[in-house]
Design a protein around this ligand. Sequence first.
Ligand code: NAI
Length: 242
Amino acid sequence: MSLDNKVAIVTGAGRGIGEAISRKLAADGATVVCADVNVDDAGRVARDCGQGAWASPLDVAQAEACDRLISAVTDRHKRLDILVNNAGINRDAMLHKMTDEQWHQVIAVDLTGVFFMTRAASRVMRTAGSGRIINISSASWMGNIGQANYSAAKAGVLGLTRTAARELARSQVTVNAICPGFIDTAMTRGIPDQIRDQQVAKIPLGRPGQPADVAAVVAFLASDEAGYITAEVINVGGGYVI
Ligand code: NAI
């Protein structure tokens, strides 16, 4: 499967799953725009990707910044084939202790950020009559202790995915979501050892996922070969959700 001549934007590309997605899409031939609030990290990833990759600062929670990035990409490349909404944060707390700020921060990045980027990209993709939008949700969408904000945002992403898939199907734009389980990144390395061990023990395949496990599925969904798949939600969790 080749992504030659395709232009992709990956949000949260500076490390973890977004970094692996960027590297995989570039290895498959795409020109990748690595967007992240941490532009130093994104720049490092873009340099490693080669293949014409470049980095951009982006806070997905800022609508104007999302619009500006889409304009910059289409001005420069005259096309946008693939959008991967990967940027995400967690601010875990039990519901009764969760602050307004923790709630709003996570909703702003993990849900509203996906809306801002999808809205801006969909304008270009509708006109082009093609495109791939891939949203990184989470197995936590089903509910997870300490993650009321994150679960709500990630469940919201699935509703947004399915609505966007319906609306954009007539333009041959596919919209799908991936729900990673427990993936070995900075996000999960912050979890206390005891809880981490409990989580890993629940994985039938017996190990945490690697960012590359998620990236491989993104690359498939981004390919021409996946053109008849839309509105799907794919678990990448080693059997975590059965
Ligand atoms: P990470 O914390 O290692 O990396 C997230 C990246 O997003 C960072 O480079 C960060 O600078 C960037 N970012 C944060 N806020 C941003 C914003 N407002 N605008 C643009 N970029 C921003 O996280 P990880 O583990 O790589 O997660 C990536 C995605 O996968 C997230 O959406 C996360 O919710 C999701 N996920 C992760 C799982 C895991 O086990 N690590 C499991 C399920 C889902």
